[in-house]
Design a protein. Structure first.
Length: 285
């Protein structure tokens, strides 16, 4: 093979600029900084206030109250009970979300459309239904679970039910959208072959699309369960039960030791969800 000899001028240029796209990268960085600056100004972001003498003194007093963490038998019993309720809220809410998200995934995933077989185009009625379900999913996930919780607390009163319903609605929209995207990006050969041979859409999903995307679907579902646990804690601050409600009470009473114990439980819950996710991915992989 004939090669083109490199000239000294070319060698010098490569030595000075080893990255041929350096100009574009610098231009994008400058553009990003120019766009970021007005956003920082509008958000009144002033990190220097964290290092003010008064702020540092308040931070030290706040952190000092965290030690030692509360560990009395009565408190630990209450902590265990509220932790279980928090996990139950997240799990029940996610389960209800799955009941809505799975049928929605069947409807919005174009790969599972029977009408597009042969012609490659969907019938107008199927396309209209699919678009309607998409907009419903957009509506559900556009409203944060905290806002749903506030609404349900007003409607049905204080308690875990508001948190369960809030997680179910928001996460139904999230799961339906992401599940459809995962299935669309996986290999379509198996599901297309099943649909072309008269299989139902559910069978095409179970035996064609799911084996290809199972690991990613499970990983995302466990991640959303982890997010639901965190969300159920936050919703507790508005009266939706669980650890968040107890933490709100402890913070109002300036009980730093109780707050630090609850924070440690939050870390353990998230670490446990991450361990479950890794275990399931290994089994499916």
């Amino acid at each position: 093979m004939k090669t083109v000899p490199e000239t000294p001028a070319r060698d010098a240029f490569d030595a000075r600029h080893p990255d041929p796209a350096w100009r574009g990268r610098i231009a994008l960085t400058v553009l990003f900084l120019l766009l970021l600056w007005p956003m920082l100004v509008a958000s009144e972001f002033k990190p220097a206030t964290l290092f003010d003498r008064q702020s540092l003194a308040a931070t030290g007093q706040f952190l000092a109250a965290f030690l030692p963490p509360a560990h009395s038998a009565e408190f630990l019993q209450m902590l265990l009970r509220e932790t279980w309720q928090t996990v139950a809220i997240a799990s029940a809410g996610l389960s209800l979300a799955l009941l809505g998200a799975i049928p929605a995934t069947l409807l919005v995933t174009e790969r599972l459309s029977i009408s597009r077989l042969g012609t490659g185009r969907m019938r107008w009625a199927a396309s209209l239904l699919r678009q309607g379900v998409r907009w419903l999913l957009v509506l559900l996930r556009s409203v944060p679970e905290l806002v749903w919780a506030l609404l349900f607390v007003r409607i049905i009163g204080l308690g875990p039910t508001a948190g369960v319903l809030a997680i179910a609605l928001t996460y139904c929209g999230m799961l339906g959208k992401v599940y459809a995207e995962i299935l669309e990006s996986s290999d379509a050969a198996a599901s297309d072959a099943l649909l072309a041979n008269g299989s139902s859409r559910l069978a095409a999903l179970l035996y064609g699309a799911l084996p290809e995307a199972a690991s990613e679907l499970v990983s995302y579902t466990i991640y959303r369960w982890e997010c639901a646990i965190r969300g159920s804690v936050v919703m507790g601050f508005v009266g939706a039960g669980g650890l968040g409600q107890r933490m709100d009470e402890s913070m109002k009473m300036l009980a730093g030791g109780e707050v630090s114990s609850m924070l440690l439980v939050f870390v353990l819950l998230v670490a446990g969800a991450d361990a479950v996710s890794k275990m399931l991915r290994k089994r499916l992989g």
